[in-house]
Write a protein of this length. Structure first.
Ligand SMILES: Cc1cc2nc3c(=O)[nH]c(=O)nc-3n(C[C@H](O)[C@H](O)[C@H](O)COP(=O)(O)OP(=O)(O)OC[C@H]3O[C@@H](n4cnc5c(N)ncnc54)[C@H](O)[C@@H]3O)c2cc1C
Ligand code: SF4
Ligand code: FES
Ligand code: FES
Lengths: 168, 330
């Protein structure tokens, strides 16, 4: 099939897509966007988290056919050119990245959280990131990064990225 | 993964005829269970009919007090719905206790109800399993069975149903609206899932091609005082070892009406009718709660690794009832 979708605000087309491929595979292997990672491929680790129609999902469990004509936002869409988003900056500043495999998924999940809940409590941060596993950091620095990102966004709307698109 | 054909249905009739006319065809909702099963080789559909564009994506309050939940409403949207949070907190809590945000954003009401067991042998195509391959044997019976059933199991299968949402729906006496090639029918959610018996390969009473279109909740005013409690190995993002969904109506210290369903214990959400019988008309005391739990669990049969589920259920049920009746009294 020919797959038409919008990725990070740009209309994209992929040809010869087999409907049973995952959206994750399409993004990584056909559209040149390897930011989203594939680890478990079973919905358990969150490393493949992307926005689909403005809500975060596990791209590994979305069949490509299901993404037809829909809007996808990936970790590549968080930064504005060379300018990192607030969440990205905070992850670096707080040392929340070690091997980095979990990071793209966590960034999307954290971006979504701060968009929805500008001043999240620790419990809200934990719950929002419960679907993202990290083997390296022990999560403390990730928690710190999300707190910092929330503070820097000033409890106003969102973290400054547009990967999730405009929400009403 | 086996190649298959994918179609996006635009109306229910064509979806139903596409699937009912082809034994290899399946509906796909969020895909979080089915796509996983296709990768694992448990399901090999020849055709997928995507139903997420059908007009079943809303929650409606009906004039008679019932609430109709469309089959394609996403789990996260349902949990956030004001009418659900206020009138049926047990359901919102059950939904939020399941999976992760990224999965709840995909998962649909129909797909959640029809998700299949997480029995590790069922998911591993190299091991015998009567549910996956009828007649091959049950690896869990003598194997690692910590997560398996203590109520209503058979010699053929001891799997549990994994859905949290379904346990809340069973407690609420919800109805499942089904449409098939021969028309519509309504199945109480407590009768949707089967006990394994001699046919563990059949999870539910649905026939091939039948489409779940909606779930309806009865008015049930006292459900505004309801709870879902899930016991699991870690604080979040794990399936239930045991869970309790309960709603209680209390008048001057006496339980006048009650609904209870248990999760993690059986091949289906387990409606605790014995416990309800003991509680109805009885004083809301610790003694009554224990007697109710004992009545329900009298029929329990444990396996090597899951004996703990019986005391765990007894304690969890008593604690939920304590909490609900204390709150009501204050
Ligand atoms: C890592 C992980 C953790 C999880 N943890 C939990 C948990 O803690 N608690 C919990 O309850 N669940 C949990 N789940 C399961 C999750 O809730 C289900 O996968 C989800 O609800 C299924 O919904 P879906 O729409 O994606 O179903 P799909 O995968 O689309 O479909 C599932 C089945 O239902 C059929 N179907 C779908 N819709 C209809 C319809 N309208 N009519 C007829 N047939 C239909 C499909 O053919 C398929 O057989 C977890 C899943 C994963 C991957
Ligand atoms: S318990 Fe049921 S699903 Fe698990 S191995 Fe036995 S037959 Fe298969
Ligand atoms: S790769 Fe998708 S959740 Fe792990
Ligand atoms: S930094 Fe290595 S998995 Fe999280």
């Amino acid at each position: 099939m020919r797959l038409n979708l919008t990725v990070n605000g740009r209309a994209m087309t992929a040809d010869d897509v087999w409907e049973g491929e995952s959206l994750l595979y399409v993004l990584r292997e056909r559209l040149g966007l390897p930011g989203s990672k594939n680890a478990c491929e079973q919905g358990e680790c969150g490393s493949c988290t992307v926005y689909l129609d403005r809500v975060p999902v596990c791209a590994c469990l979305v069949a490509a056919g299901q993404a037809q004509d829909r809007e996808v936002g990936t970790v590549e869409g968080l930064a504005d050119g060379e300018e990192l988003s607030t969440v990205q900056r905070a992850f670096i500043d707080e040392g929340a990245v070690q091997c980095g495999f979990c990071t793209p998924g966590l960034l999307v999940a954290a971006d979504d959280l701060i968009e929805r809940v500008p001043e999240p409590s620790d419990a809200e941060i934990r719950e929002a990131l419960a679907g993202n596993l990290c083997r390296c950091t022990g999560y403390e620095k990730i928690m710190a990064a999300v707190r910092t990102a929330a503070e820097r966004s000033g409890g106003t709307s969102g973290s400054g990225s547009s990967a999730g698109g405009d929400r009403t | 993964m086996k190649p298959f054909d994918y179609q996006r249905a635009t109306d229910a009739d064509s979806a139903i005829s596409l699937v009912s006319g082809d034994p290899e065809a399946r509906y796909i909702g969020g895909g979080t269970n089915l796509v996983d099963h296709m990768k694992l080789g448990i399901a090999e559909p020849g055709k997928l009919v995507d139903i997420t564009r059908l007009p079943y994506d809303s929650v409606e309050s009906l004039p008679d007090g019932r609430v109709r939940i469309g089959a394609t409403v996403r789990n996260s949207d349902l949990a956030a719905e004001p009418v659900i949070r206020q009138r049926y907190p047990v359901l919102a809590q059950a939904l939020l206790s399941g999976a992760s945000g990224q999965l709840r954003n995909l998962a649909t009401t129909g797909g959640n109800l029809l998700q299949r067991t997480r029995c590790s042998y069922f998911q591993d195509v190299t091991t015998p399993c009567n549910k996956r391959e009828p007649g091959s044997g049950c690896s869990a019976l003598e194997g690692w069975n910590r997560h398996h059933a203590v109520l209503g199991a058979s010699e053929r299968c001891v799997a549990t149903h994994p859905s949290d949402m379904a346990v809340a729906l069973a407690a609420l006496d919800a109805d499942v609206l089904v449409e098939g090639p021969d028309g519509q029918r309504t199945v109480p959610v407590t009768e949707l899932h089967r006990l394994p018996g001699d046919e563990p390969e059949r999870d539910t009473v649905l026939r091939h091609g039948e489409l779940v279109t909606a779930v309806e909740l009865p008015s049930l005013p006292f459900a505004s005082r309801s709870r879902y409690r899930k016991v699991r190995d870690r604080a979040s993002f794990a399936f239930a070892l045991v869970s309790v969904a309960a709603a209680v109506e209390l008048v001057e210290g006496t339980i006048t009406d009650v609904r209870i369903a248990l999760g993690g214990l059986a091949h289906k959400p387990w409606r605790a009718t014995e416990a309800e019988r003991v509680l109805r008309g009885a004083p809301a005391t610790e003694e009554t709660f224990r007697a109710a739990a004992d009545a329900e669990l009298a029929a329990a049969r444990t396996l090597r690794d899951n004996e703990f589920k019986v005391p765990m259920t007894r304690n969890t049920l008593a604690s939920v009832l304590r909490e609900l009746t204390r709150q009501e009294g204050s």
